[in-house]
Design a protein around this ligand. Structure first.
Ligand SMILES: NC(=O)c1ccc[n+]([C@@H]2O[C@H](COP(=O)([O-])OP(=O)(O)OC[C@H]3O[C@@H](n4cnc5c(N)ncnc54)[C@H](OP(=O)(O)O)[C@@H]3O)[C@@H](O)[C@H]2O)c1
Length: 294
């Protein structure tokens, strides 16, 4: 049996979809059952649990031989991941696949990279069989900018000229499912990216081409972005963590691509153009933008 965490989130949901398409039975640990009332899939077993609650992890891992661990970025992330690893080891889970991040490093200047670096080291030292999945920046992050793209044809991020090997979470999911269901991946660390290195100006240009109207990327001063995050109610810990991460990205540290997706899945990773095409209703058609603007 495979156990998934995080199925109400971006990666977990995408992984669940791939497992469902392949009709592979899976158990999912879910914090809030109300969030999955609309979810039904043959072979899916949902159990209530919380990574803050050791006994619920114990029950969820009963009879499980492979598990996927993803944790939201929060002050509790490292403690929760360590707790899950401890219980998985006790429960003799034979393979734990951890969603990490590109640049995970205990010595990174960015807290979130250090958290992943420490969790990776903790898992490796546990003696369990593991695989670390280190994706680059998710294309799905751009969906958070949809409101201003629809209203103003602009999006605002404090990322300067920084470039990324931006990746579609659907590819993260395909890689994770390959690792969970095929042999030969134990002890590996996979850095996965999309097919090309793109700046946020390049992303705007590709969006313009696909959507048929001019989309502009605005390099927002870091302080303004910080104020926005605080106004949205994010905690100081989260705001500081994201700002440090974005500062690193603005220095062009995420500008690389790998062949890992092709090597593991036998095909090229999805392009940003195809991602925009797939989500063009969210980014707004020209007609809809006219309507929004009155
Ligand atoms: N965004 C990027 O570009 C990027 C790139 C590389 C790596 N990453 C890494 O990806 C991870 C985030 O993945 P994501 O975007 O899929 O996350 P997400 O959409 O924020 O989803 C997080 C999931 O974790 C669950 N969760 C949170 N706290 C929990 C707890 N105490 N017990 C059980 N479940 C809990 C959430 O459940 P609820 O619905 O109950 O909250 C949700 O299902 C982070 O570790 C981040 O560093 C992100």
């Amino acid at each position: 049996m495979i156990l998934l965490t995080g199925i109400t989130g971006t990666c977990g949901r995408a992984i669940l979809t791939v497992l469902g398409e392949r009709q592979i039975p899976v158990r999912a640990l879910v914090r809030d059952l109300d969030k999955v009332t609309d979810l039904s899939m043959p072979g899916l077993e949902i159990v209530q649990g919380d990574l803050e609650d050791e006994s619920s992890i114990e029950s969820a891992l009963q009879g499980v031989d492979r598990a996927f661990l993803v944790m939201a970025n929060s002050e509790q992330q490292l403690a929760n991941e360590k707790r899950f690893i401890d219980v998985a080891k006790r429960r003799e889970v034979s393979h734990l696949v951890k969603l990490s991040a590109s640049g995970a490093d205990v010595k990174s200047s960015a807290l979130l990279k250090r958290v992943h670096g420490e969790a990776e080291e903790y898992l490796a030292r546990s003696g369990m069989n593991y695989t670390h999945i280190r994706p680059n920046f998710f294309m799905q992050n751009i969906l958070h900018c949809a409101a201003s793209i629809v209203a103003e044809d602009r999006f605002y991020l404090p990322l300067g000229e920084g470039r990324t090997g931006i990746i579609d979470v659907a590819d993260v999911a395909d890689v994770v499912v390959t690792v969970l269901t095929e042999s030969g991946h134990k002890g590996q660390t996979y850095y996965i990216t999309g097919p090309e290195i793109l700046s946020f100006y390049d992303l705007a240009e590709q969006m313009s081409e696909v959507l048929g109207r001019k989309i502009t990327y605005v390099d927002l001063p870091a302080q303004e972005f910080r104020s926005q995050l605080l106004n949205w109610g994010s905690s100081d810990w989260y705001v500081n963590a994201v700002m440090a991460l974005f500062e690193l990205m603005a220095q062009d540290t995420a500008a690389s691509v790998t062949d890992t997706c092709r090597e593991l899945c036998g095909r090229a990773p999805r392009s940003f153009r195809s991602f925009v095409q797939q989500h063009r209703d969210i980014f707004g058609e020209r007609e809809r933008v006219k309507t929004v603007a009155g």
